[in-house]
Write a protein that binds this ligand. Structure first.
Ligand code: GPW
Length: 840
């Protein structure tokens, strides 16, 4: 075979793939080619979606060549590789991103124009892959993007859900869910591979003799499901392309068809295993920051990690290194606890299959894994009942018992006689039913544990894993503050601002070196620059206005203050506080004289975000927002002074339109509950000011952009426990303004009051766990500060510029650089940017 390598290389050099030109005529030729050859259509039958697909194929050709070169180079150099294990990748649309990364957007724009289409229209044809819920999944996408940009040998591993996060519509003010059948139309951005692994469930553990005559435990089961790989290219730059490998489930053999059963007329039986396999990766669980605890979800988690670990072990064995080298070649990063079963899975493979001694195997495992925690909310911490785990994964349950035993023995050695401590740190929770605490398993099996913002990491050490930090010492617990991709969230989403920044700084170097944004600061008080800056903001608001008109049939004035809160609907994120504040504003405006009203800047308050289908209270907040919108938007006295918008089906591509158009965005979680937040970063980098609590990454944003450029308010994290304690014993004394707002709701000002009772009860009988009443007054006051500043156009513009200027720290390139040096100990690959290396 080797003797033909050269010939293959030459053949590729001669192929159309390697000889693609980027002039307009060649791009048109490539689009026309794909229209005929890939889509089997002609120019006599053109729909936008078909043209989009042909365009996507044309673009993907370029990407594939880069993909092959990059991956071939890794294969040859065999550097230490990083595997980012995540149940969610919220990638958003691919085409625009790819065209920009490869500097081909202008050429394609001209090419499609010459064929009678507007590029902007074609981009809208792409379905937004929604294989994630919210911040956690989008972070994974931004990190893959950064790794690709940095030429870091990192692969993502995840699941190819047949249905992504549900599509949301609003009917009579209520959220209605529909399946996200994103694969119904051909999707040109994934590449099925002939790579498969069988994953088993259930069964029993037996003893077997190995070749050396030693007896070994062995897990056997007839219940197998096959994982097949789909690769998704991640455009980097300079010819580099990263990869995300997503697993889909298939029946293990014969396509899942039982011919004998069929012949006997048992038709259901004949395709039973097909149904099983299809179900496994059919749908993404729609919970954000909440564990649903369903057996199918546990099976998804195991299916995903088993296939991924098998694939990585297979790749490692290709080089015939000794097992002790494994941690020098492989780093696994666990994106929260969802992939934690990878820890006992690797231990199982090393001990049961590869025959390593338990302690040697465990040493390898713990030097390979690192764990990122993304929440301290108790309802989000995964725990699996032992009876479920024993049934689905009997061998893993044994391994977890053993790991726990050895771990507790060591704790006992270090802190003799402290039985309470042993109880607290045990991986098995002694409750009824007994449960496996996945976060503890992740801590024990990893060499590094990190939180995602400074405050959060502090809470992780002091509260969540306090006992563990005393046992392991503080070095194991670190902070790596989240970051966002400046490519998608500024360069792509805000072309106007991108061009102004590039023009002002003299080059595009700032994209790869974001702290350079600081060079904008000297222009903050420059009137001409301010005007250019705010003209871009205005244009972005106009664009959003059109979207609001098309999507909600509502006309809003782009000169108004745009006040935006878009994120998953959750009590801790306090959209409820926001809408209660809106009602307060409405009432105050009604009481004002027309002259006084005119002195308040008009506002458009925009909401967006999905509620988990089973989360009744969060869904009621959506209904309340829409009921308030109905009344306020149709009140002739209020006119344009206040508008309320609920944008349905918030997703990544909608975010790209919303984020650049904010004057103010709200990040108002109860202090200590939002681990980091990342949309806060997206808004600020686009020159949007924020109104927020002293929580998550808001704190570091303040530190970077300066106290004067952010509106912070409310209870501090270290005060929350005391206030809750007091409220529990003395009851909640509702803020007076808040009380009048609640009275208005209950008086039926916003329609049938009784439906909102469960919501209002969370404040009264429920004890106001999220401190809405406690923070209400400070919130209203801060909103008034926002109004006052908005009237001072120059002062506002200066702050907006300083916001962007100060955001250099929050690039995902910085975050990934820190993971690489502090956790994974990997450098950029030896060959640098990879642009010229060839496949041999
Ligand atoms: F509960 N996050 C999320 F920690 O979006 F797993 N979904 C989740 O299920 C969890 C966390 C989990 C978010 C955090 O809420 C947000 O604060 C953080 O910025 C983001 O993860 C990325 O770290």
């Amino acid at each position: 075979q080797d003797e033909y390598l050269d010939q293959w290389g030459k053949a590729l050099e001669q192929s159309p793939l390697a000889n693609q030109q980027t002039d307009v005529a060649s791009l048109q030729a490539s689009i026309a080619y794909h229209m005929n050859a890939s889509l089997f259509r002609t120019q006599h039958n053109l729909e936008k979606v078909a043209v989009y697909q042909a365009l996507a194929h044309s673009m993907a050709d370029k990407l594939l060549l880069d993909w092959n070169r990059t991956q071939q180079r890794y294969r040859k150099d065999n550097p230490k590789r990083v595997y980012y294990l995540s149940m969610e990748f919220l990638l958003g649309r691919a085409l625009d991103n790819a065209m920009l990364a490869l500097h081909m957007k202008t050429a394609y724009q001209e090419a499609v124009q010459g064929l009678g289409f507007r590029l902007e229209d074609l981009l809208e044809q792409e379905r937004d892959p929604a294989l994630g819920n919210g911040g956690l999944g989008r972070l994974a996408a931004c990190y893959m993007d950064a790794a690709a940009a940095l030429d870091l040998p990192m692969w993502g591993y995840g699941l190819r859900y047949q249905y992504g996060l549900f599509r949301q519509s609003v009917q009579q003010g209520f959220q209605v869910e529909a399946p996200d059948d994103w694969l119904m139309r051909h999707h040109p951005w994934e590449f099925p591979r002939d790579i498969k692994y069988d994953v088993q469930f259930y069964g029993y553990v037996a003893t077997k003799m190995n070749d050396k005559g030693e007896s070994r435990l062995f897990w056997e089961s007839d219940h197998k499901i096959r994982a097949v790989a789909y690769d998704v290219p991640v455009p980097g730059k300079d010819g580099f392309c990263g990869n995300i490998r997503l697993w889909a489930s298939q029946p293990p053999h014969h396509g899942g068809f039982d011919l004998d059963a069929f012949n006997q007329g048992n038709y259901d039986q004949s395709i039973a295993s097909l149904k099983d396999a299809f179900l496994l990766t059919s749908v993404l669980y729609p919970n954000d920051n909440h564990q649903a605890g369903k057996e199918l979800r546990l099976k998804q988690e195991y299916f995903f990690v088993s296939a991924s670990v098998q694939d990585v072990v297979h790749r490692f064995k290709r080089y015939r290194c000794p097992w002790s080298e494994f941690p020098n070649k492989v780093a696994f990063q666990l994106n929260d606890t969802h992939p934690t079963l990878a820890i006992p899975e690797l231990q199982r493979i090393l001990v049961d299959v590869e025959g390593l001694a338990w302690d040697d195997a465990w040493d390898i495992v713990t030097r390979t894994f690192a764990f990122t925690n993304h929440t301290v909310l108790p309802e989000a911490l995964e725990k699996w009942p032992i009876y479920v785990m024993e049934k689905v994964l009997p061998r893993h349950m044994q391994i977890i018992y053993d790991l726990n035993l050895f771990f507790l023995q060591k704790v006992e050695e270090k802190f003799p006689g402290d039985r309470d401590l042993l109880n607290r740190v045990s991986i098995i929770e002694e409750a009824s039913p007994q449960q496996v605490r996945m976060a503890f398993l992740a801590v024990v099996g990893s060499h590094s544990v990190n939180g995602v913002a400074a405050l959060h990491s502090e809470l992780v050490v002091k509260e969540l894993f306090n006992d563990f930090s005393l046992y392991y010492g503080k070095d194991k617990f670190i902070n790596i503050t989240n970051g966002i991709s400046p490519r998608r969230w500024l360069y792509q989403a805000n072309p106007g601002l991108r061009d102004l920044i590039t023009h002002t700084l003299g080059s595009e170097d700032w994209v790869a070196d974001l702290p350079q944004l600081q060079k904008l600061a000297p222009f903050a008080d420059n009137l001409e620059f301010q005007q250019q800056w705010m003209a871009i903001k205005y244009a972005n608001k106009v664009r959003l206005t059109q979207w609001i008109r098309d999507d909600c049939g509502l006309t809003v004035d782009p000169r108004a203050l745009f006040d935006i809160q878009v994120k998953r609907m959750h009590e801790y994120k306090r959209q409820f506080l926001n809408i209660l504040g809106v009602i307060h504003r409405y009432r105050v405006l009604l009481q004002m004289s027309p002259e006084a009203r005119r002195r308040v800047p008009p506002r458009v308050v925009i909401f967006g975000g999905k509620a988990a289908p089973g989360y009744a209270i969060a869904k009621l907040v959506i209904k309340l927002i829409n009921s308030v919108a109905d009344v306020v938007n149709n009140d002739p006295v209020i006119d344009d002074h206040l508008k309320v918008v609920y944008l349905p089906d918030y997703n990544v591509s909608l975010a790209e339109k919303i984020v650049p158009a904010s004057d103010i965005s709200q990040h108002i979680s109860t202090a200590g509950t939002e681990a980091s937040g990342t949309s806060n970063m997206k808004f600020v980098i686009n020159g949007g000011l924020i109104l927020g609590t002293v929580d998550g990454a808001n704190i570091e944003i303040r530190d970077e952009i300066g106290e004067d450029n952010i509106f912070l308010f409310g209870t501090l994290a270290d005060q929350v426990a005391d206030i809750r304690h007091a409220q529990k014993y003395h009851g909640v004394l509702l803020d007076a303004n808040l009380q009048s707002v609640l009275d208005a709701i209950q008086a039926g000002v916003f329609g049938d009051a009784s439906i909102f009772n469960p919501l209002i009860d969370t404040l009264t009988y429920g004890g106001d766990f999220y401190l809405i009443s406690e923070d209400f007054d400070a919130y209203i006051k801060r909103q008034n500060d926002v109004d006052a500043l908005f009237l001072q156009k120059a002062a506002w513009a200066a702050k907006s510029i300083r916001c962007t200027a100060g955001m250099g720290f929050f690039s995902s390139d910085r975050s990934i650089g820190q993971y690489a040096s502090r956790i994974w100990k990997v450098d950029k690959t030896a060959l640098g940017n990879g642009s010229t290396s060839t496949a041999d």
